[in-house]
Design a protein around this ligand. Structure first.
Ligand SMILES: [Zn+2]
Length: 199
């Protein structure tokens, strides 16, 4: 499927990703590190495949960061999950590039079994959930993490990506983007008015 050198590049990227994404949630005091309104987007584009990881404060996704307790809060989480997993309202590629969603995964400490459809086991046992900490009652910080994978029929025509996330989640005002594409890697800041990422 992938030639060794591509694999190498990819594993290097995931190494960077792991450092980038796991580290802030490892130390308890760093839970407060996220800034409301500001999310992260990591993009890896190689061959026909585009992987996108979105991480955003739950405050910007559902308006709160504690475990959902009331019916209203639970339905807010369910609705947010429906939006986030509907990739076509989150991202747009050029039509001609023929990009299709292959897979979407979502993780959040706020995501309870009731908020997903049916009785689905948690796929990621051992993933950090912060609700056990008694201190969380004072100030909780939780994120939503979504992992999308797209396959593009004409990857050469992927000249841009429009991030429509801001339209759906109005209190988000910034996404810090890290990307690796066949043309190189870089960082960008996207906002509700500057939402196009050119490749
Ligand atoms: Zn927070």
């Amino acid at each position: 499927m992938t030639v060794p050198i591509v694999k190498k590049v990819r594993s290097l990227f995931f190494l960077i990703l792991v450092v980038f994404m796991v580290k802030p949630s490892m130390a308890e005091e760093q839970h407060q590190a996220h800034e409301h309104g500001v999310g992260k987007l990591n993009i890896a584009f190689e061959g026909q495949e585009i992987e996108i990881e979105l991480k955003a404060p739950a405050a910007d996704i559902v308006g709160f960061e504690h475990e959902p307790k009331t019916e209203k809060e639970k339905s807010q989480v369910t609705k947010a999950i429906q939006k986030l997993t509907q990739a076509s309202i989150m991202f747009t590629f050029p039509m001609a590039a023929k990009c299709q969603l292959e897979k979407v995964e979502i993780e959040s400490a706020l995501q309870t079994e009731e908020s997903t459809t049916g009785h689905k086991e948690h796929e990621h046992n051992g993933h950090d959930k912060h609700e056990h900490n008694e201190h969380d009652k004072v100030e909780v910080h939780s994120d939503f993490e979504v992992h999308y994978r797209f396959m593009c029929g004409a990857p050469k025509l992927v000249t841009y990506l429009d991030v429509l996330f801001f339209k759906e989640f109005k209190s988000a005002h910034e996404l810090d983007v890290q990307y690796i594409t066949p043309k190189g890697q870089g960082m960008r800041e996207l906002t509700p008015t500057q939402y196009r990422l050119n490749f």
